[in-house]
Design a protein around this ligand. Structure first.
Ligand SMILES: CC(C)(COP(=O)(O)OP(=O)(O)OC[C@H]1O[C@@H](n2cnc3c(N)ncnc32)[C@H](O)[C@@H]1OP(=O)(O)O)[C@@H](O)C(=O)NCCC(=O)NCCS
Length: 260
């Protein structure tokens, strides 16, 4: 088996592979990962793609996502080999981290990753009117203070990713408060994140953002029991190396399952 960097000719196959898992990727998503500094790796057997993974460089932190093995090739160590290669390519980071669905967490733990925290994939309950006292400025520019907040809250240094997300989405900013949310009004996979806001305003900014993203928009949140939300699935953040940072007083939602 060979593991190499994917190029654009591989993207149609990767879209087909991820479709089986219901991940809703398009070829443009893989192009976008490259544009914001992500590297997608593919595992091939006699030239056929049998698995994949994507890595991101967030300064001191390396982020791994999209680990996937073709269904009929599972259980033969391919996933472990891809994961090992992703970690190897992030050798200079003090921490390598990822999100896992609960059902796959044992796979990562068997490969040396440790549980950092539990998060939750959520959507907005329909029909509820969200009253609010936070006035939101729509379409804000990404400012240095937002990038600093992102780094302070999550420990990641990921200017390109945040700017790239803002370019393909909308930035909401609570007027008079420190904070921001990125909203992606995608017709297939609307989402919200990251959401960071000063104490007392975070939930409201999250709810307004989910409403703005459109029906069935999802976010990955830290807290349990937030009113107006449907908790769909538990997510685990796992890490390898030094423990990760999180500022729970301001961080409300992560950037998404792929981006941490
Ligand atoms: C998770 C996944 C990548 C593992 O790939 P794989 O090639 O089957 O994994 P490996 O053969 O390297 O398995 C390594 C070990 O993890 C275990 N394992 C594999 N998949 C597992 C799972 N879903 N849950 C628990 N343990 C798992 C294997 O039993 C094996 O343990 P062993 O060496 O003690 O026997 C693969 O099941 C997959 O593509 N799943 C669907 C996509 C997905 O959910 N990806 C993760 C996103 S969070």
């Amino acid at each position: 088996m060979e593991i190499r960097e994917a190029d654009h000719k591989d993207f149609p196959v990767l879209v087909m592979l991820t479709e089986i898992e219901g991940w809703n990727y398009t070829e443009e998503d893989f192009n976008w990962f490259s544009r914001v500094g992500g590297k997608t790796l593919v595992a091939t057997n006699m030239g056929e793609i049998v698995g994949m993974g994507t890595i991101f460089d967030y300064g001191n932190v390396g982020w791994i996502s999209n680990i996937l093995v073709k269904p009929r090739e599972r259980g033969h160590g391919i996933g472990a080999e891809i994961l090992t290669e992703c970690v190897r390519r992030l050798y200079d980071k003090s921490t390598v981290a990822l999100f896992s669905y609960e059902r796959s967490a044992d796979f990562y733990e068997a490969n040396g990753f440790r549980l950092d925290l539990e998060a939750h994939l959520v959507s907005l309950k329909s029909g509820d009117a969200i009253g609010g006292r936070v006035e939101v400025l729509v379409g804000a520019e990404v400012e240095a203070s937002m990038l600093r907040m992102d780094q302070e809250c999550f420990g990641y240094e990921r200017r390109r990713v945040i700017k790239g997300m803002a370019e393909r989405g909308i930035v909401l900013k609570p007027r008079g408060w420190d904070g921001f949310a990125i909203v992606r009004k995608d017709p297939v996979e609307p989402s919200v994140g990251p959401v960071i806001s000063e104490k007392g305003t975070g939930h409201e900014l999250l709810l307004v953002s989910l409403e703005a993203a459109g029906p069935n928009a999802k976010a990955v949140v830290l807290e349990e029991g937030i009113e107006f939300l449907i908790y769909e699935e538990r997510i685990r953040r796992l890490y390898f190396g030094a423990p990760l940072k999180i500022d729970r007083s301001r961080a409300v939602a992560f950037a998404g399952l792929e981006l941490g």
